[in-house]
Design a protein around this ligand. Structure first.
Ligand code: F3S
Length: 398
């Protein structure tokens, strides 16, 4: 791989131990993927923030970097942590976990990283422009950045994203190259999709059929941010692609030739996906919305649905702290809290230490079902926000 003089000096250790180590990570990655050079990046989003996933080894790695002078050179934000950084007691997190999680956040902050702790950085001020090279690692955010915003990022691991932050560079391969971003499968949607779970089911159905190939969707033009973030989360989870296109919206066919393969998604595919994500259980003891993190509109909708009601089950609304503060200004947050539901800022139902605390998760997110089952051994129910609010109030799935 060709390195500039500046990059050669970084690799030789002239900018210190931390820069050298991280340049070594990136050159190794570039060699593996056949990159011919490094490219500058304008923003970084780092996953691998929860102490639940990092453990002591991860904490030690971060503290070692911070004490050896590692500093972010570009705007760098964090994925959700293992707890709400302010109200962790209210969410049932124990003291020892909280102490370790705070050390993780402190190490990141010492490296100049902003502890925004959200998987929707594009909703809270980190919205890269079309064609901008970035290094993000949260899979749903990566897919949203590539597909909806038109930015260019690979799906980075936590260490490679942090290395990009510390060096301001990433190897030029994969999604950074136009020739790798062309659609490979035309996906015609043969029904009208409306709810957020419908879009999660679409990601599930298409992901299972085409894996990591890049789809070109026909039939979801004009979808909302909420619908698209749900699709991004599920297609990345169940298939593995980091990019999709939308016909006549994010992609215009005259720009390139049509994909060779095609596929039609019918009502039976969507119903089948929803059935696969729903376990046969009537009782619900945990309701969580906001995977990916809730928008302000979603929070307003939850507040409206909870009006005059009291929840009887643990009910988390996962969102960025900044979004929750906006919801407070508009009075939505107070209405939600009056009903007994809780905000889970900075965190989510997948990266928080919840194993053994609950048995059945109700959610509107296909991705939350995957992690609820895989990480926390929950049974899952997926449905509309109305069905989830009803489950939080009655404890039943109907
Ligand atoms: Fe975000 Fe957690 Fe879902 S990180 S995408 S809310 S699993």
């Amino acid at each position: 791989m060709h390195l500039t003089d500046v990059e050669e000096k970084m690799l030789a250790g002239e900018e210190g131990y931390a820069v050298q180590k991280n340049m070594q990570i990136l050159t190794a990655l570039g060699d593996i993927f056949g990159a011919d050079k490094m490219i500058p990046i304008s923003s970084v989003q780092v996953a691998g923030v929860s102490y639940y996933n990092l453990g002591d080894a991860g904490l030690e790695y971060l503290e070692n970097l911070a004490t050896n002078g590692a500093r972010a050179r570009v705007n760098t934000t964090l994925n959700p942590a293992g707890m709400d950084l302010e109200n962790w007691r209210e969410l049932g997190i124990d003291e020892e976990f909280a102490r370790k999680q705070e050390l993780v956040i402190r190490a990141f902050m010492n490296m100049g990283v902003t502890p925004s702790c959200t998987c929707t950085p594009y909703l809270v001020g980190n919205e890269p422009a079309r064609g901008e090279h970035i290094a993000w690692s949260e899979s749903s955010a990566v897919t949203y950045a590539n597909s909806v915003l038109g930015a260019m990022t690979n799906r980075e691991g936590g260490p490679s994203a942090l290395a990009a932050a510390i060096t301001g560079r990433t190897p030029s391969y994969g999604m950074h190259l136009e020739e790798n971003r062309r659609p490979q499968v035309r996906v015609k949607i043969d029904l009208r999709l409306e709810t957020v779970p419908d879009f999660g089911a679409l990601g599930y159905a298409v992901g299972k059929k085409i894996g990591a190939k890049i789809p070109l969707f026909e039939g979801i033009e004009g979808s909302s941010v909420e619908q698209l973030k749900s699709l991004c989360a599920s297609i990345a989870t169940y298939g593995g692609t980091a990019l999709f296109h939308i016909h006549n919206s994010t992609y215009h066919e005259k720009e390139a030739q049509a994909p060779a393969e095609s596929l039609t998604i019918t009502r039976a595919d969507i119903d089948g996906a929803l059935r696969s994500l729903n376990d046969e259980t009537a009782e619900v003891d945990f309701v969580a919305l906001g995977c990916p993190h809730c928008t302000l509109d979603e929070i307003k909708r939850i507040a409206d649905l909870l009006e005059g009601k009291k929840v009887t089950r643990e009910f988390w609304i996962c969102t960025a702290r900044q979004t929750m503060k906006e919801a407070e200004k508009l009075g939505y947050a107070q209405r939600i809290r009056t009903a007994g539901a809780k905000f889970a800022c900075d965190t989510c139902m997948a990266v928080s230490p919840l194993k053994g605390r609950f048995k059945v998760l109700a959610t509107d997110s296909a991705k939350a079902c995957y992690y609820g089952r895989g990480t926390n051994d929950f049974k899952t129910r997926i449905g509309s926000v109305e069905e989830c609010v009803n489950a939080a109030v009655t404890g039943k799935w109907s």
